[in-house]
Design a protein. Structure first.
Length: 206
């Protein structure tokens, strides 16, 4: 059974798992994610703990037993649909607009929106109109579009948040919450309250 001393190997596994979902992260980012999952402030802190244990010291860090991140089947379909919409529009990358448009049809994200009294149909129409007004940017050359930096950032945030709280699988509701709490949003959603969204997730967990 793996523990925190296997952090580097687990970070490698995490990168491979995310790459299979078209979500690429750097080595440093994967190490930081694993450090957070084990309750450490950052990778340097966890690395120091590992070195101490190798020297015979026996620290008692807060260590959880994390499993590999995995997406619900609905979220996998949602992410795939986001890339498909971008491809149909001739875009090189799928952005937050493409992701949000797909989330309006994701069962978990849609349930959160409805529970918060949000106009799902109105958001979907607004996003569809916004995307229709964009011009193709040479994405019609047969290459599959990849996720934009913002797209990857919110997916990574959803993974970290759901893993830290012990919630599995990662669902569209987690991704929607990550969009709402994104520090550098490229899309603003008016009318969705972050605190209420977190309460919604806690209720579903119980």
């Amino acid at each position: 059974m793996r523990d925190y001393r296997d952090a580097k190997a687990m970070a490698h596994t995490l990168r491979e798992a995310l790459a299979e979902k078209d979500c690429k992260i750097s080595v440093g980012e994967s190490l930081e994610l694993i450090a957070h999952l084990f309750g450490a402030a950052d990778w340097n802190t966890l690395s120091a703990i590992i070195k101490n244990s190798e020297r015979g010291s026996h620290p008692t860090p807060i260590v959880r037993e994390p499993g590999p991140p995995f997406f619900s089947p609905d979220l996998e379909e949602t992410l795939h649909q986001s890339l498909q919409v971008a491809a149909e529009q001739g875009q090189r990358q799928a952005g937050l607009e493409h992701l949000l448009l797909s989330l309006t049809q994701d069962p978990d994200a849609k349930a959160m929106m409805k529970a918060l009294g949000f106009d799902v149909a109105g958001l979907r129409q607004w996003l569809a109109n916004a995307l229709a007004s964009q011009s193709p940017n040479d994405g019609r050359d047969g290459n599959n579009p990849g996720p934009s930096e913002a797209f990857q950032r919110v997916v990574q945030s959803a993974i970290l948040d759901s893993q830290a709280s012990g919630e599995r699988p990662i669902t569209g509701a987690h991704v929607l919450l990550a969009v709402l709490t994104d520090q550098e949003p490229t899309v603003r959603i008016q009318g969705l309250d972050v605190a209420a969204a977190r309460r919604f997730l806690r209720r579903r967990k119980t």
